[in-house]
Write a protein that binds this ligand. Structure first.
Ligand code: DMJ
Length: 640
């Protein structure tokens, strides 16, 4: 195994580190006898010096100083005579004899070690260059082998939670069954084209018919679409396709790459996708890949506050934040959307490191002052201070609130702290961000520098589903109120779709005078195959069985089919108000992970992935409720 060259930021190449023995010029393949003798002489002089130093320098082992880090402050240091806080430990009396014996034993050991080292050095000098090379090669092979074994290492078995409803959901109604079949066909079209034209790339360009990627996935081909799509394939019964994906992951998915990725995106799409695939299929490979990736993300948490960087280089572990984020901050929706996956990682590995990282974030946030009770979107990981006071339930904030609620649900409703934080947060949101337009549409605006901006993003439309999901268990039994609120948000978001030429919603829409639920700026008129509105329809359908949600979902499916489908897959649209659509030529991985999955579930029976057994991460990857989560995570390994 060669040590790769390191590339510093300046782009100057640092030569490979040579960890082997010094290389000799070619014209002197072997050392002459006189040179060997001089080398031996130097070596023995050095060893004699070491012995001298050992015997004649003052014996520091008598003075044991506790002067490192916190111990110095926390441990009261008392010597035998009672000198308090001296910082020095002195040994006297009967212990002295035992101590001298120990010293003698140590000296003898060091002497023996030195003699052994000398013998080994002599032995080395006797060997030819070829012999030395062969030895190094053997060592290298050993290391490579050890690494491979480590990769293949099976993780400790844990009781897998009761997996209810991982297939089925066949609708009784013929019409609904046909609709479900149509969604499955759309999934196959998206997958088959990705397989033909973009296999192994992160995403697909369905018009150019080639691979595509963005900076969130770094510079490597990590097959984001494969990982993101696996569980959708599984629940749709597309098993051959699932197997193709599994094989690609087994043979190609490698996280030891020099690539800087988004911690949040990689967590929700890759770790979430792999964990869901593991729970559904029981295939160990998915679990071990998820853990390998999680290990690579851990260096992102090495900040003065423990709030992770937004990006991390998978090879070097160096982290940093997005250049556009306010005052070098990390983003609330990013560092606040790790909890579900990290708790599952600790559950599956028995290693509490993941759990501790996310609980640390939670505790830190809980203790912080919140302006008007709202969580700003920006937090500086060096200072622990908020950046710009901008609060949003759409982009930059959204899934943080979602994960508070889902942490509670995933813990079988035992993580009360998470529920409390969720309740507090949505109360403040309702008070300051929620508003009703002149035409009677309820919307969630954004709080910027002390005032409400009357603009709602497509991303914020997920909140309709969140309010419905959190209704049960709400404070002062306001379940009815939150279910209604969810329904109002669903209606508003449906209006944002219905008021366009293509019946697909814009990225962001305004409520300004006569303008209601319509995008105003050209740059906000695009639809990139996002799932949030359909996600809300599905949750509302599950909780109310009101047929309007299936009807609205079907309208969206038809519009996607009509305007986004092209021969090479599905593409986003640049302007949903123009009746002649222009494509953006990107098939997002979340289209397969989320949009098509929520549509499929909307036309399935409730017995497929029932919500009292499964909690969907923010990328729609289902993770089982951990009924024993608290027992396991409070450090009782016996039950593992
Ligand atoms: C998805 O990757 C996730 O839902 C995320 O939380 C935010 N948005 C995209 C899809 O729009």
């Amino acid at each position: 195994m060669t040590t790769p060259a390191l590339l510093p930021l300046s782009g100057r190449r640092i030569p490979p580190l040579n960890l082997g023995p010094p290389s000799f010029p070619h014209h002197r393949a072997t050392l002459r006898l006189s040179e060997k003798f001089i080398l031996l002489l130097i070596l023995s002089a050095f060893i004699t010096l070491c012995f001298g130093a050992f015997f004649f320098l003052p014996d520091s082992s008598k003075h044991k100083r506790f002067d490192l880090g916190l111990e110095d402050v926390l441990i009261p240091h008392v010597d035998a005579k009672g000198a308090k806080n001296s910082g020095v430990f002195l040994i006297h009396g009967p212990d002295e004899h035992r101590h001298r014996e120990e010293e003698e034993r140590l000296r003898n050991k060091i002497r023996a070690d030195h003699e052994k080292a000398l013998e080994e050095a002599k032995e080395k000098l006797r060997k030819s260059r070829e012999e030395i090379r062969a030895e190094i090669q053997t060592e290298k092979n050993k290391v490579v082998q050890e690494m491979k074994t480590k990769e293949k290492k099976t993780l400790p078995p844990v009781p897998i939670p009761n997996l209810v409803g991982i297939n089925g959901g066949d609708p009784e109604d013929n019409d609904i069954r046909e609709k479900r079949e149509k969604i499955k066909e759309m999934m196959k079209h998206a997958w088959d084209n990705y397989k033909t034209y973009g296999w192994g790339h992160n995403e697909l360009r369905p018009i150019a018919k080639k691979g595509h990627s963005t900076n969130i996935f770094g510079s490597s081909q990590m097959g984001a679409t494969i990982v993101d799509a696996l569980d959708t394939l599984y629940i749709m019964g597309l098993h051959a396709e699932f197997l193709d994906g599994q094989r690609w992951i087994e043979d190609n998915l490698d996280f030891s790459v020099n690539s800087e990725v988004s911690v949040f995106e990689v967590n929700i799409r890759f770790i979430g996708g792999l964990l869901a695939a593991y729970y559904l299929s029981g295939e160990e490979i998915f679990k071990s890949k998820a853990v390998q990736l999680a290990e690579k993300l851990l260096p992102a948490f090495n900040t003065p506050t423990g709030i992770p960087w937004a990006m991390v280089n998978l090879k070097s572990g160096v982290g940093r934040n997005w250049g556009w984020a306010s005052a070098g901050s990390s983003i609330l929706a990013e560092f606040g959307t790790l909890h579900m996956e990290f708790v599952h990682l600790s559950y599956l590995t028995g290693d509490l490191v993941y759990y501790k990282k996310v609980m640390h974030i939670r505790k830190l946030l809980r203790k912080m002052d919140r302006p008007n009770g709202l969580y700003p979107n920006y937090l500086n990981p060096r200072t622990g201070r908020w950046g710009q006071y901008h609060t949003s339930v759409g982009g930059l904030g959204d899934s943080f609130y979602e994960y508070l609620l889902k942490a509670w649900l995933m813990s079988d409703k035992t993580d009360h702290e998470a529920r409390r934080m969720y309740d507090d947060a949505i109360e403040a949101i309702e008070k300051l961000l929620l508003s009703k337009s002149r035409g009677g549409l309820v919307f969630i605006g954004e709080w910027k520098n002390g005032h409400l901006e009357k603009k709602m993003g497509h991303l914020a439309c997920f909140a309709g589903g969140m309010f419905a999901l959190g209704a049960d268990g709400s404070r002062m039994d306001k379940a009815g109120h939150y279910l209604e609120l969810g329904a109002e948000i669903a209606r508003t978001c449906h209006e944002s779709y219905d008021r366009t030429a293509l019946k697909l919603g814009p990225e962001s829409f305004k409520f300004d005078g006569a303008v209601e639920a319509v995008a105003v700026r050209q740059a906000e008129k695009y639809y990139i195959l996002r799932p949030e509105v359909i996600e809300t329809y599905w949750y509302l359908w599950r909780f109310t069985h009101d047929p309007r949600y299936r009807q609205w979902g079907w309208e969206a499916a038809l519009a996607i089919e009509k305007y986004c489908r092209v021969s090479g897959g599905f593409s986003g649209i640049k302007d949903v108000y123009s009746s002649t659509p222009t494509h953006d030529d990107v098939q997002q991985s979340f289209f397969l992970a989320e949009t098509l999955k929520y549509l499929y579930l909307l036309f399935s029976g409730d017995d497929l992935l029932p919500l009292d057994h499964w909690v969907f991460n923010t990328e729609a990857h289902p993770l089982p409720v951990l009924h024993l989560a608290n027992t396991k995570l409070s450090g009782n390994p016996a039950v593992r």
